[in-house]
Design a binder for this molecule. Structure first.
Ligand SMILES: Cc1cc2nc3c(=O)[nH]c(=O)nc-3n(C[C@H](O)[C@H](O)[C@H](O)COP(=O)(O)OP(=O)(O)OC[C@H]3O[C@@H](n4cnc5c(N)ncnc54)[C@H](O)[C@@H]3O)c2cc1C
Length: 432
């Protein structure tokens, strides 16, 4: 047993959205919680696009948008179908629905995670930065603490350990809840932050002051599963590409080569022109989907967020927070009954199964396997859209009826009606 008797009710490993939410949920109800973060401060190295959604953060910190360090409120949702030398851009804005408080906000993780963890501290959580947990401590098969280095001085004990240490979670792997991810279970996201004056961003994206746009793109990953993105921050753009790791390996390309290609495309280059590259980062994103979700609990342990593969890109932070909140509630219940056994903590997975987070995971991943095996949607379709529109919109005296016939012939040759129906079925999980 631990030498000096110091024991917390809960140790949370990782102060990202999942971990901080779990810690906050437990501390608010009086549990003694230690939140261990390997970064110099929460968010120091965390990467996302990205958009932070109002749900479920609003349930945890009501009116968070009044004090949180947010960048822009998202009012414009853009979707682009890109081919090598063409691009079809759709933009969707709706008045009323996107009035304050907004549904989503861009944020910079280094600022947001730090602010969010400070809210957990205010609730009584002990936050320890620069602590990299490398193992769990078990007694009779039950997790009783964590280790962050050699020797008793680097051990900490608790009734329950919550692994919120992201996609490469050591808690998940060391407890045997899951293996390190395979290359077809994760995507790699590479991102550059490009600085631009806020007025330039507003002019280029047709936004009013303070408004923001998000843009998701397919067709920029050499026909492999993935896409590109641009998110508008206050005075910078987050520009990036995401691709399934196994597909990137097949391409034998460096991720930043893909990003450079994306940035130099005629649809993107004018949006970032004159900007100053501020930082470059890369991060893995869980893509395992519902069918490969691990067991999320054991004796004295639960895993949440990316650590548990609970991500359905581009929704990740919200699912992380939802799972953190539910795990926190399961821990409170366990504390009340003084029972942190696997049987007691199984309440977490049961409650999660009833939540939006898990139901959405299930919906999306129903088509995930088909998309990995048949990534036509990321190459053949965008190329065909570009080819057909270029032909249609080019006025050269040739009758439109002839062009229509040619378009149908091309569609039949390259795809075929029945295959298109099958593809539409496998793409249903991509629907927003
Ligand atoms: C390029 C990109 C774009 C994305 N865009 C979006 C988006 O627009 N919207 C969205 O909602 N999601 C987006 N996501 C997904 C989202 O970022 C993740 O799903 C989310 O951050 C998961 O939260 P988490 O708390 O589970 O893990 P993380 O955010 O990864 O946090 C894990 C924390 O644990 C710490 N940690 C790791 N190991 C240890 C250790 N051994 N000891 C102590 N601490 C440790 C880390 O430093 C980190 O602070 C994007 C991801 C990427 C990569």
């Amino acid at each position: 047993m631990h030498a000096d008797g110091e024991k917390f009710d809960a140790i949370v490993v990782g102060a990202g959205p999942a971990g901080t939410t779990a810690a906050l949920t437990m501390a608010k109800e009086g549990m003694r919680v230690a939140l261990l973060e390997r970064g110099e401060y929460p968010g120091a190295k965390n990467v996302f696009g990205g958009v932070l959604y109002r749900w479920p953060l609003e349930e945890i910190i009501p009116k968070f948008w009044e004090t949180a360090p947010l960048e822009r409120q998202i009012v414009d949702h853009r979707f682009m179908v890109m081919a090598k030398d063409s691009g079809l851009l759709m933009s969707f804005k709706v008045d009323g629905k996107d009035k304050a408080p907004y549904n989503g906000y861009t944020a910079i993780r280094a600022k947001f995670d730090r602010w969010y963890a400070s809210k957990a501290e205010e609730a009584g959580v002990l936050l320890a930065n620069s602590v990299a947990v490398d193992d769990v401590i078990t007694e009779n098969g039950k997790v009783v603490g964590v280790r962050a280095g050699q020797g008793a001085e680097n051990e900490l004990y608790a009734s329950v350990v919550i692994g919120a240490d992201g996609v490469n979670s050591s808690v998940a792997v060391k407890t045997g809840l899951r293996n390190p991810p395979d290359p077809d279970e994760v995507a790699i996201g590479v991102k550059e932050v490009v600085e631009l004056p806020s007025e330039t961003i507003e002019a280029r994206f047709n936004l009013r002051k303070g408004e923001g746009a998000r843009m998701e793109t397919i067709g920029c990953t050499h026909g492999k599963m993935g896409g590109g993105f641009i998110y508008t921050n206050s005075s910078s753009l987050s520009v990036g590409v995401v691709i399934l790791l196994s597909h990137l390996m097949e391409l034998q390309m460096k991720p930043y080569t893909l990003l450079d290609e994306f940035k130099s495309h005629q649809m993107i280059e004018p949006l970032i022109a004159g900007g100053k590259a501020k930082e470059y980062s890369a991060h893995l994103i869980p893509e395992a989907g519902y069918s490969r979700l691990p067991r999320l609990y054991g004796d004295g342990v639960m895993i949440v967020g990316d650590a548990a593969f609970l991500c359905s890109y581009p929704e990740g932070t919200n699912l992380a927070m939802a799972s953190g909140m539910i795990a926190g509630k399961a821990a409170l219940h366990a504390k009340k009954n003084n029972d942190f056994s696997a049987n007691s903590l199984s309440a977490y997975q049961k409650m999660l199964a009833e939540s939006y987070a898990m139901k959405e995971m299930k919906r999306k991943s129903s088509s995930h396997k088909q998309l990995i095996q048949n990534p036509r949607l990321f190459g053949v379709y965008p190329d065909l859209v570009g080819e057909l529109l270029a032909d249609m919109l080019h006025i050269n005296g040739e009758l439109k009826s002839l062009k229509h016939k040619r378009a149908i012939k091309k569609f039949r040759q390259k795809i075929g009606l029945l295959r298109a129906i099958r593809d539409a079925y496998s793409a249903r999980g991509m629907a927003p």
